[in-house]
Unconditional design. Structure first.
Length: 364
């Protein structure tokens, strides 16, 4: 009888063990599925952030906020080398600690990580210690993982996550963190072109207008707030003739006065740039072609009836230094999400190949 009871108990214990193992396996499976769902959600959030109408720095900050929220990270900091110095692009750490956080490439313990591309985990054993790289932040972080970032095998900065608890990352899933790191690199790589455009925007000396590159960065973000917009490119058709027959100084004055007349008559929500040489672009954000026709006819008439002159120190008009601008306009509809550069190229080709005597407003 006793033997039978023991056998039954053994069978029950084995059954419970098998049941517990099954439950544990299901929990692990659920955790893995949940983690994959989280990862997919983060990737989708990253993609949405890249497509937002915001600057590169704003996008990187948004990405860091997503990481902190989705993965419940205490502190997260993204540092990027801009070609001259290391810049903190995003961090939820108090700014008084940024000086040490943007100098981690000089800390001995992280140099091997940078050269090998392998993350570095550091922690303390008790609350009375501090991490070696910390200078004035004794009680803030007690454990951290440092991830060097590379684009096409070129070191471009690092991502560091920190916790206020010792050994907090001992059992963390490093594969998940590697996926996050690669997503950060993908975002940085994607926005590199946008960053370049933002950096090379210049202001024209005579008009004070932004250069063509502005259209593909900040300008496009303004335009893309609307589903459709009208893009107008116009050319001062007789600018070369004025430069040649009168003087380049008069030509510069013509450019200045033409741009001033337009600036005074368009809304701040429209984008106006000096595109190249005698060509300019006005983006009528959220406005259709038919709605701008009357305005352009009026502004064209005003400008072409304006006599531009150069005067001497006494205020007298210099002989032979007078001219009236002649303008040629081309218009097209821009649809959000389509290629703005292709549309501008089409307008430019039309104006460049049109008869120099042509002075019209043409829909392309």
């Amino acid at each position: 009888m006793l033997i039978a009871i023991v056998v039954i108990l053994i069978i029950v214990v084995i059954g419970l063990i098998i049941y517990n193992l099954s439950i544990h396996k299901k929990i692990q499976t659920f955790k893995n599925i949940n983690q994959k769902i989280t990862n997919l959600s983060v990737v989708q959030d990253f993609i949405n952030t890249i497509g937002e109408t915001s600057s590169v720095d704003e996008k990187i900050k948004k990405i860091n906020e997503i990481l902190i929220e989705k993965y419940e990270i205490k502190y997260s900091t993204i540092v990027v080398f801009d070609g001259a110095e290391y810049i903190i692009k995003a961090s939820n750490v108090d700014q008084r600690h940024w000086e040490s956080l943007k100098s981690l490439q000089d800390v001995e313990m992280f140099k091997d990580s940078i050269s090998s591309g392998i993350p570095k985990y550091v922690t303390v054993n008790n609350e009375n210690e501090r991490l070696p790289y910390q200078k004035m932040e004794f009680g803030r972080a007690k454990s951290a993982i440092f991830f060097p970032l590379y684009i096409d095998n070129v070191y471009i900065g690092y991502w560091i996550i920190e916790s206020g608890t010792p050994h907090d990352f001992d059992n963390v899933d490093t594969t998940v963190l590697e996926v996050i790191k690669e997503n950060i690199v993908s975002v940085l790589k994607t926005v590199t072109h946008q960053r370049t455009l933002e950096a090379i925007v210049r202001q024209d000396l005579f008009t004070g207008l932004n250069s063509e590159e502005y259209l593909y960065g900040e300008g496009k973000r303004v335009i893309d707030q609307y589903t459709t917009s009208t893009i107008c490119m116009f050319r001062i058709n007789n600018l070369e003739e004025i430069n040649k027959k009168c003087s380049r100084e008069l030509g510069n004055e013509v450019v200045t006065q033409v741009s001033n007349i337009i600036k005074e008559n368009i809304a701040d929500t429209y984008v106006f740039v000096r595109y190249m040489g005698p060509k300019f672009v006005i983006a009528f954000s959220g406005v259709n072609i038919d709605s701008v026709a009357d305005f352009l006819n009026d502004i064209k008439a005003t400008i072409e009836n304006t006599v531009v002159s150069l005067k001497n120190e006494e205020g007298e008009i210099i002989k032979g230094q007078q001219a009236k601008p002649v303008l040629n306009f081309a218009l097209a509809t821009y649809y959000k999400g389509t290629g703005l550069e292709e549309l501008l190229k089409k307008l430019e080709d039309y104006l460049d190949h049109a008869d120099k005597k042509e002075s019209e407003i043409t829909n392309i």
